[in-house]
Design a protein around this ligand. Sequence first.
Ligand SMILES: [Zn+2]
Length: 310
Amino acid sequence: MKYQELIDDYYKRFVVRTDAYYLQTPEGKYNARYEVITPDHLAKHLAGEITIAFPAVDKKGLCKWICYDDDNCLPESESGVLELIEELLCSAGYSCVREGRRQIVDKFKQGHLWIMLKEPIEAKLARAWTKWVLKQIGLPERVTKLDIFPRQAEPGLLSNPVRGPLGKHAKANGERGWFRDAPPNVESQLEWLASQPLNDTAHMARSAANYLITIDARSKYRDNFTKPRQGGKSAPSILEMMDALNWPYRPERDRFVSQCPVCALEGHDKSLDNLHISTDDTWYGCWYQGWNVTHTYKAIYSAFRSLRCT
Ligand SMILES: [Zn+2]
């Protein structure tokens, strides 16, 4: 393939939103740029002149790749979550590519595992599928330092991005994120990438369908909870209740985390992070063994209330 064709192939695989992208700053942050992204931008990215990150979801709520991003640092010989996911997916006939693993002192930051799709699918479905995958391996839906893209299930302003493969990374002293299975030079990497098959989305949709039902059921739980109670009173504030009990919680990304009181009574959640509460105090839930169906918001609320009474 000619070099320009390789750039076009890269564009087709990774550019989800054509009207916006993120540009990496020298400090390694990402600034949104609301302008059309062209193959010329990608040529500069691949030449190392700029570093682009791609939003995962377009304005209609569609995505065309899924990326597991593992920020854990492990010794060279130790395999992490991405190996488990890759093993499962390969045995189930999926094609995935590993990229961006890099050494930090004597350990290795795990990098990205990409699953690229034949045609765009709803981000909501993609997210359900990623959770189904974790469940197949016996992992909880939230794994420490594992980010999953798309992070948004709905169309929005601009979704969270992932740095484009082969781009220079400011936080890695300007080194590139290479694909594991090809020689580390840009042209060989692009040739290899162009030979990687895209994944059949019908297969994914079937796997995710049941999981999506569970997720929809959860959001109904939340809707239930956020409705004002009879008489116009708003829903009880779990954070106020926790403050009154001096029950510690801490901010983590877009939420607060704490020990689930039901878990505490049952003698687990020693890491004190099963209970997740939205910062606006409108929903909460326990992530014990995935989203636990017995540790419902009512059970959690009752547990706090009984602690308050004792
Ligand atoms: Zn719990």
